[in-house]
Each structure stands twice: as structure tokens, then as C-alpha cells.
Design a protein around this ligand. Structure first.
Ligand code: COA
Length: 262
């Protein structure tokens, strides 16, 4: 499975894919090759029914991802700069809209595009040494991979403006207090354990329902959609699934449900 230049892919026996951004000598900075490889890997998650969830992390013990590759950024002009931003936005939207759970295991610096990638995941678990920030203004630019939008959604307008305007970094505990992080754990080992615990809990539920949860919650932040209508439609769709029949029947028969994803 490891045909990528900058990603390591490893799938466990329950179908959880561990996707590791692997440029530790560059703090796992996202160059265009890496962004395209992430697109390919996430597309595979959509297409491959044996994959049931994804944990994204960074190689090494210093960084999750320290942002877009600044050497590449430095070459951008107005035209390809817009394309660069749209390309990253597209790939991160694939993550955000994935019907299988995607968890960021943040094991160090999550800066710029790294923080943006973590925010596109459904949840963020951080080790004690994680540091979050959108330091783009230090380079005379702004976040371009969805950071101005998702940070605002997660922490609110005032704090998002402060963080993006100052470029200040947040520690793991502060990020948790602000709602940017779901859980903080003491070490890298504990990080993977916590991600697995959450994943195992989620993949035991009805997979079609989990996918619809993603659509409905994302609709809450999409001005083009009526979130309540998306919810009602999705609820209706759930009611015609075998998983719904199995889930309700299992409850009434006092046994554990066996969901098939149909
Ligand atoms: N793009 C390209 N290379 C990067 C990078 C990035 N975003 N972040 C780190 N690197 C490279 C460094 O250039 C260095 O490479 P070198 O060894 O070939 O010189 C290597 O990774 C190690 O980084 P270094 O800065 O020496 O480590 P540090 O521990 O002193 O500092 C950071 C770590 C993350 C604080 C620092 O690297 C940093 O500020 N990175 C940029 C963060 C950023 O602005 N991201 C937003 C981009 S839009």
C-alpha cells in the first residue's frame, strides 16, 4: 500500500487506516506532491469498503505538519496562488466530507496548513506537546487551505481573528479550552490509544448513519444548504436502511446490533 513518496499508509485488522505525513526532516511540511498524495489516499478511503476510518498523523516526534512548504509558497504569483489555495481547499473538503470518521492525531507542531488539515478532520486529539497556530501573516500571506473559515467555526470569530492576526501559537490545553481540540493526552502512545478507542467506538455504529451525521453537521456551516432540511432528508434515508432495521430490532431483542452498512 505504500507507493507514496511522502505518505505512509498502514491499515489495521479492523480496517482503520493510519495515514502518516512523512517528511520529518521538513517538519512534514505540505508540498504539492504531498497534497496530491493526500487527495489520492483519501479518495481511496471513499472507494475502498475495507477501510472504515482514518487516523492522520505526522512522522517523527516534533511535528504533525508545520504548514505548507514555504520554499514552494515563495514562488507563487496571483494566478497560481489562487489555484494553490483552491487545490488545498478541495483536498481538505474531501477529508471534511468523508463519510468515514477521520481523526487528526496531533503529535507536535500543527501550523498553517497543518492546523488547517487538522481542522478539516472530524476530530482532533492532541498530545501534550502539540502546538497549534496560523502563522501565515508572519510571511505576509493569509491561511489559504480553509483556515479562516474552519478556525472561525471551531473557536468563534473574535478568537479566530486574534489567532490569525497575531500568528500566535496555542498549546494543547489552551486549544482544548477553546474547542479546537477534543482531547489532550500525555504522550504519542496515549495519542494512538485514544484515537483507536474513539475509532473503535464509532466504527461499531451504523456506518450509513455516521456518514449522514457528517453531512448534517457540515450543512450547519454551509450557507447554501438548509441544515434542518438536510437533517430531515437524512433521517428519512436512514429509516429505509437495513442498519436501522437491525439497530432497532437488536435493541428490542436485547442483543448487540450487527450493522452491515446497507
Ligand atoms: N516549509 C518548508 N520547510 C519547513 C517548514 C515549512 N513550513 N517548516 C519547517 N521547515 C524545515 C526548516 O526549513 C528546516 O529545514 P532545514 O533543516 O533544511 O533547514 C527543518 O524543517 C526544521 O525546521 P527548523 O525551523 O530548523 O526547526 P525548529 O524546531 O527550529 O522550528 C518550527 C520548528 C515549526 C517552529 C519552524 O520550523 C517554523 O516556524 N516553521 C514554519 C511554520 C510556518 O510558518 N508555517 C506556515 C506556512 S504557511
Amino acid at each position: 500500500m505504500n507507493e507514496f513518496e511522502n505518505l505512509l499508509l498502514d491499515i489495521n485488522s479492523t480496517g482503520i487506516l493510519f495515514l502518516t505525513i512523512n517528511r520529518p526532516d521538513k517538519m512534514n511540511a505540505l508540498n504539492s506532491t504531498t497534497i496530491e498524495e493526500i487527495r489520492t489516499a483519501i479518495q481511496r478511503v471513499y472507494d475502498d469498503s475495507t477501510i472504515r476510518g482514518v487516523v492522520i498523523t505526522g512522522a517523527g516526534d516534533k511535528a504533525f505538519i508545520a504548514g505548507a512548504d514555504i520554499a514552494e509558497l515563495a514562488e507563487l504569483n496571483e494566478v497560481n496562488g489562487r489555484k494553490f489555495s483552491e487545490q488545498g481547499q478541495e483536498v481538505f473538503a474531501l477529508i471534511e466530507n468523508c463519510h468515514k470518521p477521520v481523526i487528526a492525531a496531533v503529535n507536535g507542531f500543527a501550523l498553517g496548513g497543518g492546523c488547517e488539515l487538522a481542522m478539516a478532520c472530524h476530530m482532533r486529539i492532541a498530545s501534550q506537546n502539540a502546538r497549534f497556530g496560523q502563522p501565515e501573516v508572519n510571511l505576509g500571506i493569509i491561511p489559504g487551505y480553509g483556515g479562516t473559515q474552519r478556525l472561525t467555526q471551531l473557536v468563534g470569530k473574535g478568537k479566530a481573528l486574534e489567532l490569525i492576526m497575531t500568528g500566535d501559537m496555542l498549546g494543547a490545553e489552551e486549544a482544548k479550552t477553546l474547542g479546537l481540540v477534543n482531547h489532550v493526552v500525555p504522550s504519542r502512545e496515549a495519542l494512538m490509544e485514544k484515537c483507536l478507542e474513539l475509532m473503535n467506538k464509532i466504527i461499531a455504529k451504523g456506518p450509513l448513519a455516521i456518514g449522514m451525521v457528517v453531512d448534517c453537521v457540515n450543512a450547519a456551516y454551509d450557507p447554501k444548504q438548509d441544515g434542518y432540511q438536510v437533517e430531515a432528508n437524512s433521517f428519512g434515508s436512514c429509516c429505509r436502511t437495513g442498519d436501522f432495521k437491525e439497530g432497532t430490532r437488536a435493541f428490542l431483542e436485547k442483543r448487540k446490533a450487527k450493522f452491515s452498512g446497507n
